[in-house]
Design a protein around this ligand. Structure first.
Ligand code: GUN
Length: 282
């Protein structure tokens, strides 16, 4: 079994981004900028946004967090996004999800300028991803693809089972893998027998938010397991969706939680924001 070290990979991405930012500053007086919109007081969202802000500081980005109470109206969020769309210092806009129930997330995401949509959630970028055109790719699935590339895991013709069909992870992951010539099964809450699908798969990617969802009997020998889950247990311990201790010895490769997909998500946000700055400020 080989552990996929997302933390180490993310560090090398941070270093590369930081050196490119330094060069952009020196040569063209450009500082990439990221704006984050955070609504409400969900502790997990606050923790993620804090980590994203810290990562921006580390690589030399300009960043700003617009924190709003969960009583804010949809129109006020839209007005803020429109203002950021027009702000030349900002190259990337990220609306931390989930939003409060009275807000229509799809409406909000559609307001973001697709050229600043570093999360890749705008329908313009979603459509371009499906059709394999250049676009902003959602950060978590992009980070998983980077892990496959760095560990030289060949995807062509592989049977991949994705567990969880969210817009943030499962659906874009399915597009990326299909574009990479894998055979993809996208399972979700209404799938009749998830084990029947995982058990025959070369690669299992799970992002649901349920500890121990993937147990040892669901994994075939030599499989590759990518755990995107992030769950805080009552004792404060962070775990993924995979029963790691029981599953790890069956795998050829497995990601740990923490230290796997999570750090790569932030690293890809930095890459996407840098890409936006370079394209927008030619
Ligand atoms: N909530 C959980 N994951 C993500 C993500 O990758 N981006 C945003 N904006 N919100 C999230």
């Amino acid at each position: 079994m080989q552990l996929i070290d997302g933390k180490l990979l993310a560090h090398s991405v941070h270093a590369l981004v930081a050196s490119e930012v330094e060069a952009l500053k020196q040569q063209r007086n450009i500082v990439p900028g990221l704006a984050v919109i955070l609504v409400g007081d969900d502790p997990a969202s606050h923790a993620y946004v804090k980590m994203k802000g810290k990562a921006c500081d580390k690589v030399g980005f300009y960043s700003i967090i617009h924190s709003m109470p969960d009583t804010i109206s949809q129109d006020e969020i839209i007005a803020t996004i429109e203002m950021i769309n027009d702000n030349p210092r900002i190259d990337g806009i990220l609306v931390q999800l989930p939003l409060p129930k009275h807000i229509d997330s799809n409406k909000i995401l559609e307001i973001i300028d697709p050229k600043k949509d570093v999360d890749g959630f705008h329908p313009y970028n979603v459509g371009r991803l499906v059709t394999k055109l250049d676009c902003f790719v959602p950060c978590t699935p992009l980070g998983v693809m980077k892990m496959f590339e760095k560990y030289e895991i060949d995807l062509r013709g592989k049977d991949v089972c994705i567990v969880g069909a969210s817009n943030i992870v499962g659906k874009p992951m399915a597009s990326l893998l299909t574009n990479a010539d894998a055979t993809v099964t996208l399972t979700h809450i209404h799938t009749k027998d998830i084990k029947a699908h995982t058990l025959k798969s070369d690669i299992i990617i799970v992002g649901v938010g349920k500890p121990n969802l993937i147990t040892e009997d669901m994994v075939k020998d030599g499989a590759i397991v990518i755990d995107i889950g992030m769950n805080k247990l009552d004792n404060g311990k962070l775990v993924g969706d995979v029963d790691f201790e029981a599953v790890k010895d069956k795998c050829s490769f497995i990601t740990p939680v923490p230290g796997g997909a999570g750090p790569m998500t932030i690293a890809m946000l930095l890459e996407n924001t840098l890409k936006s700055a370079k394209v927008r400020k030619i």
